[in-house]
Design a protein around this ligand. Sequence first.
Ligand SMILES: *[C@@H]1O[C@H](CO)[C@@H](O)[C@H](O)[C@H]1NC(C)=O
Ligand SMILES: *[C@@H]1O[C@H](CO)[C@@H](O)[C@H](O)[C@H]1NC(C)=O
Ligand SMILES: *[C@@H]1O[C@H](CO)[C@@H](O)[C@H](O)[C@H]1NC(C)=O
Ligand SMILES: *[C@@H]1O[C@H](CO)[C@@H](O)[C@H](O)[C@H]1NC(C)=O
Ligand SMILES: *[C@@H]1O[C@H](CO)[C@@H](O)[C@H](O)[C@H]1NC(C)=O
Ligand SMILES: *[C@@H]1O[C@H](CO)[C@@H](O)[C@H](O)[C@H]1NC(C)=O
Length: 488
Amino acid sequence: MAACAHLFLLLALGFPLQETLVGVSALGFNWGTITSHPVPPRVVVQMLKANNISKVKLFDANPAALSALAGSGIEVMVGIPNELLHTLASSSAAADAWVSTNLTSFMGKRGANIRYVAVGNEPFLSAYGVQFQNSTYPAMKNIYESLAKVGLGDQVKVTVPCNADVLLNTPPSKGQFRSDVKETMRQIAALLSQINAPLLVNIYPFLDLTLQTDFPEDFAFFDGTTHALVDGAVTYTNALDASLDMIIVALAGVGYPNVQVFVGEIGWPTDGAIYANVSTAQRFNQGLVKHILSKQGTPQRPGVQIEAYIFGLLDENQKSLLPGNFERHWGVFTFDGQAKYTLDFSGQGLDTNLVNADSVPYLPSRWCVANPKSNESDLVRGAQYACANADCTALAYGGSCSNVGMPDNASYAFNSYYQLNQQDDNTCSFNGLGVITFVDPSIGDCRFLIGVSRAVQTISCFSTSKEAVDVPIIGNFHLLPSELTVTR
Ligand SMILES: *[C@@H]1O[C@H](CO)[C@@H](O)[C@H](O)[C@H]1NC(C)=O
Ligand SMILES: *[C@@H]1O[C@H](CO)[C@@H](O)[C@H](O)[C@H]1NC(C)=O
Ligand SMILES: *[C@@H]1O[C@H](CO)[C@@H](O)[C@H](O)[C@H]1NC(C)=O
Ligand SMILES: *[C@@H]1O[C@H](CO)[C@@H](O)[C@H](O)[C@H]1NC(C)=O
Ligand SMILES: *[C@@H]1O[C@H](CO)[C@@H](O)[C@H](O)[C@H]1NC(C)=O
Ligand SMILES: *[C@@H]1O[C@H](CO)[C@@H](O)[C@H](O)[C@H]1NC(C)=O
């Protein structure tokens, strides 16, 4: 509250509103929690505040996160997992119960500033088949009605995050929903239009670039391209604008040209693939921020500032590897809240350092490494055992530790397993191949992590959350969105 009062005072005195604050308000972060080393939510919220991040999107209504966000003023989008859609669609009593348990109990005077409920997460993803197709809209409608009943119909908006694969592969000016979801999208658009709520679409130029062999590299970024997409009189120079306009045109095609569209997820990973490193991620996310701050909008909606939630805030080392090894490295911050690169939210071209998480409850400075005198084939076996449980994505092709060689790659694997197990001595034995060291064994960009202690955390619902268990189906899961055809 103090910050708002301060801002009001500046306005009242006639000072211009600072660009930094205005700009940041169109930008939020996805805060996913599929990790074995959760940073305590209060530390994360402190980090958000220190970086002037004013919006977050959660994938559920996690009580620990919502309690930590209470009183912060940070605008929150909570999520409803797909598995609840069927129940919420078929019973308004279930929707009432969801709203009272998972929403209103965290709001109120000193509560969390919840402004959106994402009903389902990419429920129409082709890979899911038809399972959520008929329940998403009725679930949204029921949740909206439950919100309206408790007087929150205007304050808290319902929405649904869609994968870009709800669209057919067309030029932006011909944007169209997939025929199997078209009628559902029409119903959803009608509801969103009636209640003045946005549609969310997740857009991943990184996936286009990584998974399509002839996708022009610079079209994924924001600094101009030699391979523009020419669509009638309009020339697109980046994949984001083209994707947004596809969905805007598709909405018009079902009769709702004015529905707001937010980007629910967008980002760039730093490890686990050829195009994934700190400099590409910085280039993309900084370009994104500048593009948003320019308020130039897209050709379909010129001058309408783009609103987007970056994916993601922190790395999540227990996400499914099905999409690729990069899936665990989307964070602008490492799993433990250390900024990976500079990001200037003011758009003034400054090399602004983000503020790292403070008071992270680390385990002691101890690492587990391979005894260098060990038999190499034994080390390979030991590493395989470790990697079956722990995160070894940095060792894979294109990863930050892919070139370290033996025995260092076994050391990386051993340490990852040892930290996963909270530095339990027994988990550094590996039949005598492992030894504990007090000297940081990191090699250049290949960082050997130290875990975050679970012991000192009071109530954390993170490590046992449903999301963490059922990684492949619920939770934020990236697949290739529908592909753009680029004229070359
Ligand atoms: C956050 O905003 C305040 C007030 O505008 C500013 O002084 C501070 O430098 C900003 N911090 C960051 C990390 O951008
Ligand atoms: C609250 O949300 C959680 C998961 O997001 C769910 O398991 C639970 O059933 C919800 N409560 C109600 C009353 O719907
Ligand atoms: C969804 O609803 C449509 C129209 O009522 C129906 O034809 C279709 O079979 C339903 N699909 C599923 C998976 O229930
Ligand atoms: C990051 O990836 C890009 C694209 O593959 C590559 O050109 C660049 O050299 C890489 N940078 C670093 C620091 O690895
Ligand atoms: C390493 O151990 C394997 C059996 O685990 C053995 O066959 C091999 O000869 C050993 N290599 C060396 C260099 O000792
Ligand atoms: C570890 O390094 C050895 C030797 O360079 C290599 O044969 C092996 O494939 C590497 N393993 C991993 C997981 O990177």
